[in-house]
Design a protein around this ligand. Structure first.
Ligand code: NAP
Length: 483
């Protein structure tokens, strides 16, 4: 099964349109989290390789930036079509290295391809403006130019989508990129490179350099004067470090960081719809998502019904190897990820929380953790303040709208919040008071290539997707003209 799937997956560095070994010959292993077996050995880029990738991007930049927008758009559109043609192969590869259920991986492939289709459509709408200066009468001509070489750093939880959400807009804007994927899941992006080549992306426009020395390699690129943009998706802790580094050369930063999403269920909610939304918000990617519902706040009048129904749904999910039929809960990505979930659940239980379903690590290989519901979670439990990043729903109750809003906002994060109510005026009133970049109002899923994805507070800076996503890779130039 593995051999077939892995037969044509490249494992070297993709620099300037060629496969290269690491300059020091270094490699690292990629593990299947369902079996804990090594499935590939991947070249580990050095600082020298990273600078070679920037050289390649620099060489490709003028011609790519000068290409007519329609030509860039057609290449992006073709990339969308090729990914969809090979969707099943990409989906299986994602499951193999990340662990998520194949149904989740299929969803991710379609979502990631959409960033190429959407930005194929945006590439030709890079509009500027012209106006007259009110006092002098000079013309104010404003246009948007590619910002320059972009360094992209991505996490393991969506090995395809978190990268295409950056590559799509960067290429549409006319920027070449150097991507450093997460070390747990480098294969998906390496496998994408032949597809981009087939679509017509010229050598050097997209470079991929997995590395076990992330800190050094990324730092070297952020201090190379040819680099102008850093676009990062990952933890707030690493994002903060990269922002410090970006300051040295005043790089344009885009930061998609951690979340701690509240999920509010009001007493007038359609409970079955709320359960359906909760299952998506909690269990997409087995909870390994920045958008995962981390804290359920349920009105005390409907708590028992909600908790019972949610537990029944969670208990019905099949756990196993993500490649097997009918599996909805695959393994978590690695041992540290699972240990963290165990620690958070144990902490909550030791402080008085009650497990309604799940909560026990199964025997055998693989980093499995079952779908779990924990209620009576006391204030002060660690899982209310940290991203659980696993299939665990933690429930607390509230009495009033004000209390729900206060509890929801009681976090340094501000990525996404969800709320369920049949009263639209309440829905919009509460939405406006929630300090989050995105709101799911009677919806458990907000991600959409056509929507501006991003957070406030310590969840990040900038937006991905929509028209905003391309602006992260553009600079505005104003020309003052008299004629
Ligand atoms: P992470 O530890 O921050 O790693 C993310 C990426 O940064 C990986 O490629 C990692 O490489 C690299 N990295 C680690 N340390 C670095 C350093 N000192 N300098 C430069 N690069 C470094 O995050 P993760 O564990 O992969 O992903 C989970 C986190 O991502 C969660 O907090 C989640 O909320 C967040 N996330 C946010 C969004 C969003 O859109 N807001 C989306 C998805 C995930 P290595 O793999 O080699 O360590």
């Amino acid at each position: 099964m593995y051999d077939n799937l892995l037969a044509n997956v490249p494992t070297d560095l993709w620099i300037g349109g060629k496969w290269k070994k690491a300059s020091d010959g270094g490699r690292f292993d990629v593990i299947d989290p369902a079996t804990e077996k090594t499935i590939a050995s991947v070249a580990s880029a050095t600082v020298e390789d990273a600078i070679a990738a920037v050289d390649a991007a620099q060489a490709a930049f003028p011609a790519w930036a000068a290409k007519k927008p329609r030509e860039r758009a057609e290449i992006l559109r073709k990339a969308f079509e090729i990914i969809m043609r090979d969707a099943e192969r990409f989906a299986k590869l994602i499951t193999l290295e990340n662990g998520k259920a194949l149904s989740d991986s299929r969803g991710e492939v379609a979502y990631s391809a959409e960033f190429f289709r959407w930005y194929a459509e945006e590439a030709v709408r890079n509009l500027g403006s012209m106006s007259m200066a009110p006092a002098s009468g000079a013309r104010i001509l404003a246009q948007h130019k590619p910002a320059g070489i972009a360094v992209l750093v991505t996490p393991w939880n969506f090995p395809a989508a978190m990268a295409t959400r950056k590559i799509g807009p960067a290429l549409a804007a006319g920027c070449p990129v150097v991507l450093k994927p997460a070390s747990d899941t480098p294969l998906t992006m390496l496998a994408l490179m032949p597809a981009l080549e087939e679509a017509g992306v010229p050598p050097g426009v997209v470079n991929v350099i997995p590395s076990r020395s992330s800190g050094k390699v990324v730092s070297a690129m952020l201090h190379d004067p040819r680099v102008r943009v850093v676009s990062f998706t990952g933890s707030t802790e690493v994002g903060r470090k990269l922002l410090h580094e970006a300051a040295d050369q005043i790089l344009k930063p885009a930061m998609e960081l951690g979340g701690n999403a509240p999920f509010l269920v009001f007493e007038d909610a359609d409970i079955d719809a709320a359960i359906e939304g909760a299952m998506i918000a909690k269990m997409r990617n087995m909870g390994e998502a920045c958008t995962a519902a981390n804290r359920f706040y349920v009105h005390e009048k409907v708590h028992d019904e909600f908790a019972k129904k949610l537990s029944a749904k969670m208990a019905s999910l099949k756990m196993g190897n993500g490649l097997d039929d009918g599996v909805a809960v695959g393994p978590l990505v690695n041992k540290e990820g699972r240990d963290k979930v165990v620690e958070l659940v144990d902490d909550a239980v030791s402080k008085g929380a009650k497990i309604l379903t799940g909560g026990k690590v199964p025997d055998g290989p693989g980093f499995f953790y079952p779908a779990t519901v924990v209620t009576n979670v006391p204030d002060g439990a660690m899982m209310l303040n940290e991203e659980i990043f696993g299939p665990v729903a933690s429930i607390q109750t509230f009495k009033t709208e004000e209390e729900a809003i206060k509890r929801a906002n009681d976090t340094e994060y501000g990525l996404v919040a969800y709320l369920y109510t049949k009263d639209m005026s309440r829905g919009l009133r509460v939405s406006e008071k929630l300090e989050f970049g995105m709101i799911g109002l009677n919806r458990g899923l907000v991600s959409d290539p056509a929507a501006p994805f991003g957070g406030v507070k310590q969840s990040g800076l900038g937006r991905e997707g929509a028209q905003e996503g391309m602006k992260e890779f553009l600079e505005t130039q104003y020309i003052s003209v008299t004629w």
